[in-house]
Design a protein around this ligand. Sequence first.
Ligand code: NAP
Length: 310
Amino acid sequence: MTNLPKIALGAWAWGNDGTFGGNLGAEALRPIFDTAMENGLNLWDTAYAYGMGTSEKVLAGFLNGLPRDSYLVSDKFTPQCASDKPTAMADMIEMQLELMNLDRFDIYWIHNVWNAPHWTQELAKYFEGKDNVPLIGVSNHNLAEIKQADEILKSHGLKLSAVQNHYSLLNRSSEDSGILKYCHENGIYFFSYMVLEQGALSGKYDSMHPMPEGSARAQAYNPVLDKLEVLNTKLKKLAVKYGVDTAQIPVAWAIAKGTLPIIGVTKASHVDDAVKAMNVNLTEEETAELEKTADSLGINVIRFWEKEMK
Ligand SMILES: NC(=O)c1ccc[n+]([C@@H]2O[C@H](COP(=O)([O-])OP(=O)(O)OC[C@H]3O[C@@H](n4cnc5c(N)ncnc54)[C@H](OP(=O)(O)O)[C@@H]3O)[C@@H](O)[C@H]2O)c1
């Protein structure tokens, strides 16, 4: 398997598309980027769909001029953003490369399952026989869909290298459905997204201090913040034990489960926390206790673009 860092950093919020609230400009984001690169966190996850190129453009502005082997870019093909032309796949990839001033991506994903076998076929046809083929991944796919994608890629001499799904203490359906096991057995990276449930498991929010209204995440999580206090209290206890902040515990948990968490970062301190989380080694008992508590809450955090992995 290609050697990747233990943690990837996510730039969805950098797209300012209304999911997170607020408006982040390059000036505010620059220190985040610099702190990450100084600490060896150089794997950046983005998508054209994150603000229709906004996230990609900001990231590209920071990468510009750096040696190409000093960073890794993980970008996505979002079917809903593609045209209906026969050249839609090539058009999208080449438009994204131009937007980011790159000649290749390090990882490239099919973002979701909308007409996915068709788009995976198109992706495979595009990269077949080319130099500089990125690691190819699929996102928001269930186990049957993952296997199907791998078959399509194999028939073009390629292979599936990564899966990216929602995976957190509150949503372990990728584990329950055998996806995690399949990935581990087949040398496929499993990237977990929304490990912090967009901040709801960071220790920063509770029913007295909800997420600012007017964002998609506030709509999703504010109604369950009271229930989440039980889990957040347990996370805080472990954070005290390990001398870290609450947000580091879900990240350490995701690493302990053999996954590569993508942490959405909107402040330089989030990067510092992510770096520290790599040194927290939770015991099996602690991991199990957190999962038991999370399960007891009966909260469904599956969002509109995804599904339970069965
Ligand atoms: N493939 C897909 O369909 C898909 C879907 C979702 C996400 N993703 C990827 O996964 C990445 C992560 O997901 P996400 O950004 O939605 O959610 P997330 O990582 O669960 O949460 C990110 C939010 O948590 C807060 N946070 C992060 N680190 C913190 C820390 N150390 N202490 C306190 N708060 C902290 C920040 O919000 P505040 O500080 O503002 O509270 C940040 O915006 C995305 O950026 C994207 O790259 C992919």
